[in-house]
Design a protein around this ligand. Structure first.
Ligand SMILES: Nc1nc2c(ncn2[C@@H]2O[C@H](COP(=O)(O)OP(=O)(O)OP(=O)(O)O)[C@@H](O)[C@H]2O)c(=O)[nH]1
Ligand SMILES: [Ca+2]
Length: 902
């Protein structure tokens, strides 16, 4: 046997393995073993007793026998030479039971011809193992005269050459488990076969097999159904038409919603006929659809529209949606353990807020609140309440382990966090009663404690925790199927978490992103920001007025000194005061005193802007006042006044008026945006940009790919960042650091004031090492580069002990050609130094690579660039995860310092 195989089978890997996207496995063929003795068991190839392969009973449904020819198992096309003969045999008239032989033959051949095939033998036809110990013959039995079948290794090689990709194209490795397929695959290169109509059989018996991967349907109760669907699976190879077997990778194909066979434009009509049940092979008519295709029911493809008129396409799609064979089978949907009857399914589907994308499976339903979820999982939707479907809900329906109950169901951790965040007390394992409108009370007590959905920020929290919110508030998010002219596209949502220390600029970046991606501020947000701007304005005024007092005093002392120096009679105090340009009128003085008092008491935010209406007229007077203007001219001396103050103070009169509406720039410059819990969230997608031109066209301008940017204030992360758990499904963490922090001291409550850069480093460490973020990707945003450029000229970076080794060599040969690249500025060097420090830190903590982006939050392009970089990282990391083993990926972090985006 061994020598026989050696003679005929090449032991090389597929020739076109450089095809890249297709396959990475190698064929391994049996060769005589000549190495040292092995210490472990050698897996045995078990002989198959063909008689013992179970076969299902013959299909006898009248409707099927009447006008249909039944599909037959296909030999795997890899074994072309063999299948050529087989198909001839089959054509020349075969009897029921032939398929059994086919299975054994194809199974055996595959087993020997590729690794994948071996797996197929083990998994695909599991019941074959019943035959262990039997003495059946295997594969190339003498009776088949394998040597003749395989005569001429060149022929075989040719077969391998042309499509040395057995299997991979096979939908998800289902290779040999296919037991039925709509037609005998014509043999590659045999034109005569292509022109023939597919060879079908009547009265072929059916071999049952199980889909090893099916998860959707899942339960043992739906096994039977599962099997039925699975039996029909066609072998599908990437790019190949299942009828003519010609390959055109890029040509669109029409896919059968039952067996998944795909047909090119030339073959669709022959293979699918008039499509009375939509896109099904003629032989699949009457069979239930593959549930994974349910989402695409009624959604036509471009190729159909090319083949048929619009009217015809619409008709076909209507059939596809409405014909009986394609309807959800109610008994496969379990609600609280009960298989539904027809009426219940109708009630479920016809209610105001039906479950989305309902598929066969097991669900739980809380009739009182409308919570709906998959058995053993947290709720995924809130559907209409009070539907009469299924049994009563079970305590462990969602597999919760919190001891806290909602409507007799023990809730999940995510739900508990949601309640806690909403400020609902969960101590003492309470049992809540929650009704459809979200009002909740403790069981046994007749007083409503509040409404869950009215809690501040609850919707954001739910979005973060991937928990549902009531339908009227729900807007599309997460994975959503969108119907477009080209058919069905899956929309995905990537979550980006933006976090950083105090004043690092996270809210600036968040707001900037809103503007860049055209996500409007809500009326509430605008109102909040307006009040925020106004109260900040009073704060700035207060600082100026305080400065004015100081200037007035200084001026007075100066005058006195001059007076005493002057010869002649000394002038009176009032005279001096009259000349003091920093003196204000008693009315303004009263206001000033009051304002300063309020500021000292720390009540500014509370009193303003409620009081702003009253004081608005005073602002105008004050603005015109000479003393005030003189003070304003010297505002640079007032270190308490933030840089941004001038922007608002210049328009103090306009801003303090009640009908002031902040512009977008005002909003950007304003401090703060977020509600009390420091959380803000927005969804966006990237508009097309010229910068994308280097990217894969598929990635370009994908408005369906949505991103959620979540900004959280570091103070809302709680002790030891315990709230980070909430963000466990974050795809990328954007950690924001202010580049100007290196000489700043935190003005914080703890009493011990420390360097802000070191504080930022500390927070970074705790977030990076937090279990929730294990293996997460991080993008470091080094913000406020514009300010660094100014500051670095005055204050050395070494002010921060972490950067004490910063020792830039200033190049002296500044040629006319030197660019910022060959001769970076001091700020660029400082930025790079800081970036490298963080990269090394990250690598030492995680062994992985930190991405870095240089940003000036006030510049829209900068923020856009950083977020596009974030998108690239996600795409890149996904590719890595799919294609490369972890070890290779880890190696890439060795070059951690090589790439620093700027
Ligand atoms: N010049 C300059 N100023 C910036 C930049 N980014 C943020 N700022 C300013 O820095 C200050 C703090 O920024 P925020 O965005 O409010 O910082 P934060 O992270 O929200 O900090 P908290 O207010 O503590 O939540 C604001 O006055 C911003 O206008 C920048 O890139 N350049
Ligand atoms: Ca802020």
């Amino acid at each position: 046997m061994t020598s026989l195989l050696r003679k005929f089978l090449p032991t090389s890997s597929p020739k076109n393995c450089d095809d890249g996207d297709d396959y990475s496995f190698e064929y391994s063929f049996a060769v005589e073993y000549s190495g040292p003795p092995v210490s472990h068991d050698i897996p045995l190839v078990v002989p198959i007793d063909t008689d013992r392969i179970p076969t299902a009973s013959v299909v006898v449904t009248a409707s099927m026998l009447s006008n249909l020819s039944l599909p037959v198992i296909q030999p795997v096309s890899k074994i072309n030479p063999l299948s050529k003969k087989l198909s001839k045999e089959l054509k020349s008239g075969s009897e029921p039971g032939t398929s059994t032989n086919l299975v054994s033959n194809s199974g055996a051949c595959v087993g020997f011809s590729s690794e994948l095939g071996l797996i197929g033998v083990e998994e695909g036809i599991p019941k074959v193992s019943d035959g262990i110990g039997s003495s059946g013959t295997f594969g190339f039995s003498d009776s088949r005269d394998g040597s003749q079948e395989l005569s001429g290794s060149s022929e075989l090689e040719e077969g391998l050459d042309d499509d040395g990709e057995v299997g991979l194209g096979l939908d998800e490795g289902e290779l040999s488990s296919r037991a039925l397929s709509p037609e005998i695959r014509s043999i590659q290169g045999e034109e005569d076969c292509i022109e023939e109509s597919p060879c079908h059989f009547t009265g072929t018996s059916v071999v049952t097999s199980r889909d090893p991967e099916s998860t959707d349907v899942g339960s043992e109760l739906t096994d039977h159904y599962d099997q039925e669907i699975f039996q029909r699976r066609a072998i599908v190879k990437k790019g190949f038409c299942n009828r003519c077997n010609k390959r055109n990778r890029f040509a669109e194909k029409v896919v059968c919603i039952v067996c998944r066979a795909q047909y090119c434009g030339n073959c669709v009509v022959r293979a699918m006929g008039s499509m009375p049940e939509g896109r099904k092979c003629i032989t699949c008519i009457g069979f239930p659809i593959d549930e994974s295709k349910r989402g695409s029911l009624g959604k036509s493809s471009r190729i159909l529209r090319q083949l048929f008129s619009d009217l015809e396409v619409n008709e076909i799609m209507r059939f596809e949606i409405s014909c009986e064979a394609n309807q959800l089978p109610p008994q496969l949907i379990y609600v609280n353990g009960k298989p539904l009857c027809h009426e219940e399914l109708v009630a479920l589907q016809m209610c105001l807020n039906p479950p989305k994308k309902l598929k066969p499976g097991r669900y739980w339903y809380d009739k009182v609140s409308g919570f709906w979820g998959k058995e053993g999982e947290k709720p995924c939707q809130i559907i209409s309440a009070q539907l009469n479907v299924g049994y009563a809900i079970m305590l462990k329906a969602s597999n919760g382990d919190t001891n806290i109950r909602i409507n007799n169901r023990e809730i999940t951790k995510a739900e508990l966090r949601m309640l806690q965040w909403a400020g609902i007390h969960c101590e003492g394992s309470p049992h809540f009663w929650v009704s459809a409108d979200g009002s909740y009370q403790e069981e046994g007590q007749n007083n409503v404690m509040g409404k869950i959905w009215e809690k501040v920020g609850i919707k954001i929290v739910c979005a973060l925790l991937s928990l549902p919110i009531p339908p009227e508030d729900a807007k599309p998010s997460g994975e959503e199927v969108v119907n477009t002219a080209n058919g069905v596209l899956h929309k995905t949502l990537n979550k980006l978490l933006l976090v950083g220390c105090d004043k690092s600029g996270t809210s600036t970046i968040f707001k900037q992103a809103k503007m860049v991606y055209n996500v409007p501020f809500s009326a509430d947000e605008r109102q909040d920001i307006k009040l925020q701007i106004q109260s900040s304005l009073y704060g700035y005024l207060g600082i100026l007025l305080e400065g004015r007092e100081r200037f007035e005093e200084e001026f007075l002392m100066e005058m006195r000194r001059k007076c005493s120096d002057e010869p002649g009679p000394s002038r009176s105090c009032s005279q001096i005061n009259g000349e003091n340009i920093y003196s204000i009128s008693p009315r303004l003085k009263a206001f000033s005193d009051w304002l300063l008092e309020v500021m000292i008491s720390g009540n500014l935010d509370i009193i303003f802007p409620a009081a702003s209406r009253e004081y608005a007229p005073l602002i105008e007077d004050m603005w015109k006042d000479k003393a005030f203007q003189a003070t304003y001219d010297r505002r640079n001396e007032l270190h308490m006044l933030p840089r941004i103050a001038s922007y608002f103070l210049d328009r103090a009169v306009e801003i303090s008026s009640t009908d002031y509406e902040p512009s977008d720039t005002d909003i950007l410059y304003a401090e703060g945006i977020t509600p009390s819990n420091g959380l803000a969230s927005m969804e966006f997608s990237f508009p097309k940009s010229t910068q994308d031109s280097f990217m894969d066209p598929a990635d370009q301008n994908d408005p369906l790919h949505r991103y959620q940017l979540i900004r959280v204030h570091s103070s809302s992360l709680g002790e030891n960042c315990k709230w980070l758990e909430m963000f466990e499904d974050t795809d990328l963490v954007l950690y924001c650091v202010s580049l100007t922090d290196y000489d700043q001291l935190s003005d914080y409550t703890t009493g011990v004031s420390s360097n802000k850069m070191l504080e930022s480093k500390k927070l970074f460490e705790s977030i990076v090492t937090h279990p929730t973020f294990h293996q997460k990707n991080f993008l470091l945003i080094l913000n406020k580069f514009d300010l660094l450029e100014e500051k670095i000229e005055e204050i050395p970076l070494t002010q921060c002990e972490w950067f004490s080794d910063f020792n830039p060599v200033i190049s002296h040969n500044q040629s006319s050609t030197s660019s910022s690249y060959t001769n970076p500025s001091l700020a660029q060097r400082a930025f790079h130094h800081i970036a490298v420090k963080f990269k090394r830190l990250f690598h030492s903590l995680t062994g992985r690579k930190l991405y870095v982006s240089r940003v000036t939050g006030l510049e829209p392009d900068c923020v856009d660039e950083a977020l596009r970089y974030a998108r690239e990282i996600l795409t890149w990391e996904e590719t890595w995860e799919e294609e490369k083993p972890l070890t290779v990926r880890d190696l890439s972090s060795c070059s951690a310092e090589a790439s620093t985006s700027s």
